[in-house]
Design a binder for this molecule. Structure first.
Ligand code: ZN
Length: 447
């Protein structure tokens, strides 16, 4: 991109969704304070972004959908602002110098709503219902509840303080630091230690039971269940500590301060499940009491390495999240039921894929980003790669890829970076393999 003037056009260079995110600065932290009336969905919010200017800035953008912006300050000085669609343009009273750290405080109010996703026919973001609120945002719903740099290439830490009437419970990312009692209301203070992409931030408000347990190395596990589903859910999610240990041994220790799931009350808010960081969301219909959907439990946990710790640079390369999380379901199956069960799963996948026209999973349709083949053909591609290069090279290459690209958004990989890591581990060129499995539409023949 060209950088010839001192303000930046919206966008962070995403090929599929060019309006997402904004350039010119690096967001470091969001401090979000919300007063929420869950019955009417009225929200009074203030969000303070701490960021660093990456160039001289006379103005910059945030992504923000809905609500009314009441007031904007930059470094304590009132700033001019303008809204156009989902872009909030801020003009600081004093222009920012390249390298300068700055703080933007936005006061807002209204009734946040989910938005139509750019990536397919679904709603993303703040989902209000008679049950309360669920926030489920992939890929572009983060901007429905706070002004944000809404792209995984700019991760930040978050603190969230949410004031709700009793007896509503607030479950969000990270660690619950305190609940302040104010009589008939209370405020939940949540804090995320590690950088997080905006689509992984979540706030859930409703009637939930919290259950705490402990994972490997003393990792806190806190689950939130609707009271009427708690007995079944406790059993369904009961192998989480073992999964943390299993994936930790394969890919490196679980990278966050806590883990857990929330089974949301609202049956329409989440389709299946979502890997919101440190607190995965589950659709209540996934709870059966007999671990029928344990593959999904493994899938969302595995995203904490593939998607959350290491995130896409381009949304078109979602395979780097979904292919891996899907293959991790198979790895869990292999771990619990043996290698014959794994091979059976691979055969079933091949048979099912052979019955439909193939797509190039390295470039799925922009308006159908979550196409099923990104998951299923994506998992089979990884399984085939593992068989081609052998277990030792496969897992060494994957670990190396994770280490290289973990953490902040400027380290986010491309598929070509993964290919390079695997070529290095396997000591062989893999260009033909990646072309056939990721960029050709046809299903490659069985080896
Ligand atoms: Zn997934």
């Amino acid at each position: 991109m060209k950088a010839t003037c001192h303000h930046r056009l919206p966008g962070l260079g995403d090929h599929y969704y060019p309006g997402l995110g904004n350039s010119g600065y690096d967001a470091r932290h969001y401090d979000v304070r919300l007063k929420v009336e869950p019955d009417s969905n009225k929200v009074v919010g203030s969000s303070q972004m701490t960021a660093q200017a990456l160039q001289d800035l006379s103005q910059f953008n945030l992504d923000f959908h809905g609500c009314q912006v009441d007031h904007v300050e930059v470094n304590g000085e009132e700033a001019f602002f303008q809204r156009q669609g989902d872009e909030l343009t801020v003009v600081p009273a004093t222009p920012l110098q390249s390298g300068q750290q700055f703080e933007v405080a936005v006061d807002y109010s209204g009734q946040p709503t989910a938005k139509n996703s750019l990536a397919g026919p679904s709603l993303v973001g703040w989902k209000h219902s008679p049950y309360g609120v669920v926030v489920d945002s992939q890929p572009d719903g983060g901007q429905t509840w706070l002004p944000v740099n809404d792209h995984p290439r700019d991760k930040a830490t978050y603190s969230m303080s949410v004031d709700v009437p009793k007896p509503y419970v607030v479950a969000a990312n990270g660690t619950l630091l305190a609940v302040d009692d104010q009589g008939d209301r209370h405020t939940y203070h949540w804090s995320s230690r590690d950088p997080m992409a905006s689509y992984l931030a979540t706030v859930n408000i409703g009637n939930y039971l919290r259950e705490d347990s402990v994972g490997p190395n003393g990792l806190p596990i806190r689950n939130y269940f609707p009271p009427e589903l708690a007995d079944k859910a406790r059993h369904d999610f009961g192998r989480t500590p073992e999964m943390l240990e299993f994936f930790g041994n394969l890919f490196g220790a679980y990278p966050y301060e806590a883990y857990g799931v929330i089974v949301v009350n609202d049956p329409k808010a989440v389709s299946g499940a979502m890997e919101t960081q440190t607190l995965s969301l589950f659709d209540p219909s996934m709870v059966t009491g007999d671990r029928t959907n344990e593959d999904l439990v493994a899938h969302e946990l595995a995203h904490h390495w593939f998607g959350n710790l290491v995130s896409v640079s381009q949304w078109s390369e979602l395979w780097l999240h979904e292919g891996f999380a899907s293959y991790c379901e198979w790895l869990w199956l292999e771990h619990t039921q043996g290698s014959a069960a794994l091979e059976e799963k691979a055969t079933q996948a091949r048979n099912s894929l052979a019955q439909e026209p193939g797509i190039a999973i390295g470039t799925p349709p922009a308006d159908d980003l979550f196409h099923g083949q990104v998951y299923l053909k994506g998992a089979l591609a990884l399984h085939t790669l593992r068989r081609e290069v052998g277990d030792e090279a496969f897992f060494a290459g994957v670990r190396n890829y994770l280490q290289t690209h973990a953490g902040e958004g400027d380290k986010n990989p491309l598929i070509s970076d993964f290919q390079q890591a695997m070529e290095k581990a396997a000591r062989q060129p893999l260009g033909e393999f990646f072309q056939a499995w990721l960029y050709d539409t046809q299903l490659p023949p069985a080896a």
